[in-house]
Ligand binder design. Structure first.
Ligand SMILES: Cc1ncc(C[n+]2csc(CCOP(=O)(O)OP(=O)(O)O)c2C)c(N)n1
Ligand SMILES: [Mg+2]
Length: 297
């Protein structure tokens, strides 16, 4: 099993070259790592999203692992049934992974996700968050940040981004974590921890999208790093109800992050300041939760 970030380059490939992903796709980078850490011993349930397109059609699929494609709303309920069937057959060490986009998690799959979390189903639910419905051409979702352009928010989204990781944590599940492909060591640690646990585990990974956010394709990882360092995407975990911030941001101005992406190009300096205050107040709320010790139990 990969012990360090460099190890990830070695060993078998589960996501083969020549997939249908856009160049610079953050979701595909995250997916490759997840498969490496799980050593391919996983069955993926994938609802309608970019990943089901990246996969490509059988028999020329780029994915060398079992995938069960499912209706948009049903990833967590399908994975629940699959996990129970495997355990009933005595298969204890095959992971069931629900792998869904933000639309399939924050919005349309939330009911199934909530049910599976409440029943503590034995699965790893991974949401790759590219902050919009990308596969259907960039429509806003509950994960789209305030002020961001999408095709359905042409002057910028007016509402907040849902605090999804905390919504899942409020179910009292064994493990919840946020992660970023810009902080691979932190991501690996969290994946390995989730791998060793049983019950409902939720990981929400920040997946920059060059196509939807409109930035150069070689900037994906840099943007993922900047999101953490500008307080846009806090890295934390909630283990058995105890919240811990796992990476301290390097305190970069929000301007460094938004100026790289054309989805924010209409923002004035005052808009950026307002947005910065919003992200900082969310960060401070997290710090308070960390200081409080056990939360939600
Ligand atoms: C019930 C239903 N409504 C709408 C669609 C159309 N649809 C397919 S993929 C998709 C977008 C998925 O967005 P997200 O979950 O964020 O994944 P991404 O495409 O961004 O990877 C939509 C709206 C569908 N397949 N089923
Ligand atoms: Mg999406």
């Amino acid at each position: 099993m990969a012990k360090t970030v460099m190890d990830l380059r070695r060993g078998p490939k589960y996501v083969l070259p020549g997939s249908a992903a856009c160049p610079g796709c953050g979701a595909q980078i995250a997916l490759k790592w997840v498969l490496k850490i799980l050593e391919g011993r996983a069955i993926f349930v994938i609802p309608a999203c970019c990943t089901s397109v990246i996969q490509g059609p059988y028999p020329k699929s780029a994915f060398k692992f079992p995938v069960y494609n499912m209706a948009f709303a049903a990833a967590a309920s399908t994975a629940s049934g699959m996990a129970r069937a495997l355990r009933a057959m005595g298969e204890e060490d095959i992971h069931v992974v629900a792998w869904a986009g933000d639309g399939g998690t924050y919005d349309i799959g939330l009911q199934a996700l909530s049910g599976a979390a409440e029943r503590n189903e034995d699965m790893i639910y991974i949401c790759y968050d590219n902050e919009a419905y990308m596969n259907t051409g960039i429509q806003r979702s509950g994960a789209t940040p305030p002020k961001a352009w999408t095709k359905t928010t042409p002057t910028g989204k007016a509402e907040m981004k849902k605090n999804m990781a905390l919504i899942v944590a409020a179910h009292g599940v064994p493990y919840v974590a946020t992660a970023s492909i810009g902080y691979p060591a932190d991501f690996l640690k969290k994946l390995k921890k989730a791998k060793q646990m049983r019950g409902f585990r939720y990981i929400q990974i920040f997946a920059p999208c060059p196509t939807g956010w409109n930035f150069p394709v070689d900037k994906t990882v840099e943007i993922a790093k900047l999101a953490v360092d500008t307080y846009v995407w806090p890295l934390f975990e909630v283990e058995h109800g105890k919240l811990k911030i796992t990476v301290k941001p390097r305190r970069r101005p929000l301007k460094d992050y938004v100026s790289l992406q054309k989805r924010f190009r209409h923002l004035t300096d005052a808009d950026i300041e307002e947005l910065e205050r919003t992200f900082l107040s969310r960060w401070e709320a997290l710090e308070r939760l960390e200081a409080q010790g056990t939360i939600f139990l």
